[in-house]
Design a protein around this ligand. Structure first.
Ligand code: AHR
Length: 521
């Protein structure tokens, strides 16, 4: 009797451990090892840049509103939008396009607003552009944001002289026709803008050029875009459309590394992968979500391949890879102008932003600037407005959480992660990046793209003595959740407490479909 009770107890204990074993194996862990001593460079803050085109309601009815609108304004610039952008330390703003840039003639946008000529915005809805927002207004916005301007010049339909004079107008401090004109228009001091794009998408809307033809044009335009005293330019050559590796090869071969500061790359995440039916911003199933995340993760391979080509011609990594248009591009919201590219923004988009910014951080030896498309009311917007109302999208919160990486020392790592599996297809469930700021504080940003499983993560770190751990998390009940004008805070940053120190290791329980930023001091 005694024997059989003992046997029963043993059997019970054994089955308990088997059960635990099953649970543990169902919840596979990710392991990360950070090599703090191997750090060689910083993550440029300019990776966290934004993009504002004369498109739909981004400039007009976004930043720039009627002078009768009852919102805090400086002139016609909306100050609630400015304050929200300042909070995330926006480092630079790209303007005036996009495709619009190669149709924009800057002299139409200076002088008395009433006398400025109107034009048709042929790319974006065929609406009338009244040029009330021009160089002075943009640079006023830049000074309110306390960030750097990144101006895209017109190669497609402009002239070398037109771009040269724009640079002179904006940057020259001496006696010259363009400096005099600027002063006549009320601005004494030059603005000293260093970042200049030499055209945009010149393989497409920027002139339908071949790579060879563009490389020649680049050199002509770039030669006459002068460095005026105190303002050396950082010129960015118009780069490849997504996987057009030949474009990068030809530009790197034909334009010397000392003739350009950067070479751009544009890549959008299209949920279905089909440009004519991209998929809804708010109504999608798990299958479409999986496909979207697969398309988003492709950015890693894309950047690595373009960077490898650049390495062949520029082993010193002088030329920056500038991903100056990225983000999710869905079908427009039903009932809105198809030419205005207005889309809502869900938790899925926050996971895309977190993942893509991790990819850029992890390639920050070459990627030194990037611009999400676009800031307000267009594509993967971080801010949406409706009349006087303004809301912050889930993507905005990612930029808020990740701002700690700006200009911090990049920390290399190795990772082993379980897969997120759907219908026999696998994606890495966890992605991460890490940095150490000037005070010695370490930040880790994790994304768990698996919508169904929490994932335990163990992080080991050499040579760093940290004592406290705190964190922030962004998640929600459903991937399709959004912030709407009726419910503006469905998705917001919350305190994260499922991270603890175990011996020398950090152990984090990453919630499903979440972005977590951990701070170690
Ligand atoms: O961001 C919208 C458009 O996408 C830009 O104008 C263009 O450069 C790209 O094709």
């Amino acid at each position: 009797m005694i024997y059989s009770t003992k046997l029963f107890r043993h059997a019970l204990v054994l089955s308990f451990f088997v059960l635990i074993g099953i649970c543990v194996s169902a919840q596979k862990a990710a392991e990360i090892a950070i090599d703090t001593k191997a750090s060689k460079h910083n993550i440029s803050r300019h990776i966290y840049g934004h993009f504002s085109e004369h498109l739909g309601r981004c400039i007009y009815d976004g930043f720039w509103v009627a002078d009768t609108m009852k919102v805090p304004r400086q002139g016609r610039i909306r100050l609630d939008v400015v304050e929200a952008l300042k909070k995330i330390n926006v480092p630079n703003l790209r303007w005036p396009g996009g495709c619009f840039a190669d149709e924009y003639h800057w002299r139409d946008g200076i002088g008395k607003p009433k006398e400025r000529p109107k034009m048709i915005n042929t790319h974006w809805g065929g609406v009338t552009e009244d040029n009330s927002f021009g160089t002075h207004e943009f640079l006023e916005l830049i000074s309110l944001l306390k960030c750097e301007a990144y101006i895209a010049g017109n190669v497609g339909s402009g002239t070398v002289e037109e771009m040269a004079k724009w640079v002179e107008y904006v940057n020259f401090n001496g006696v010259s026709p363009m400096a005099a004109l600027r002063k006549e228009n009320g601005r004494e001091e030059p603005w000293r803008v260093t970042y200049w794009g030499i055209g945009n998408e010149n393989w497409g809307c920027g002139g339908n050029m071949t790579a060879e033809y563009y490389a020649g044009e680049y050199k002509r335009y770039a030669t006459y875009a002068r460095n005026y005293p105190g303002t050396p330019l950082r010129k960015v050559a118009g780069g490849a459309n997504s996987r057009d590796y030949n474009w990068t090869e030809v530009c790197m071969k034909n334009i010397r590394a000392n003739q350009m500061w950067g070479l751009s790359l544009h890549h959008y995440t299209i949920p279905t992968g089909n440009w004519s039916k991209k998929g809804s911003a708010t109504k999608f199933d798990e299958k479409e979500y999986f496909q979207t995340m697969k398309n988003c993760l492709f950015m890693d391979e894309l950047v690595a391949k373009h960077a490898a080509i650049m390495d062949k011609y520029d082993s010193a990594k002088r030329v920056a890879l500038v991903v100056d248009e990225w983000g999710i591009w869905t079908d427009v919201e039903p009932g809105t102008n198809p030419g205005f590219l207005y889309q809502q923004n869900s938790l899925r988009d926050a996971l895309i932003a977190g993942t893509t910014l991790n990819i850029f951080n992890n390639h920050s030896d070459r990627v030194r600037m990037a611009n999400l498309a676009q800031t307000v009311n267009v594509l993967q917007a971080i801010i949406l407005t409706e009349g006087r109302k303004m809301l912050l999208t889930p993507t905005y919160h990612i930029f808020d959480m990740y701002k700690v990486h700006q200009d911090a020392k990049y920390l290399p790592f190795t990772i082993s992660t379980p897969d997120y599996t759907l219908e026999n297809q696998n994606l890495p469930a966890v992605n991460v990046s890490a940095s150490q700021d000037s005070t010695g504080t370490i930040h880790l940003s994790f994304v768990n793209i698996d919508p169904n499983k929490n994932i335990p993560v163990t992080i080991s770190m050499d040579a760093v003595n940290w004592k406290t751990v705190t964190g922030q998390v962004l998640t929600s009940a459903k991937l399709t959740d959004i912030n709407s004008f009726d419910k503006m805070n469905t998705i917001q940053i919350a305190k994260f407490s499922a991270a603890k120190k175990e011996g020398n290791k950090l152990v984090v329980d990453l919630p499903s479909k979440s972005v977590v930023v951990i701070e170690l001091k």
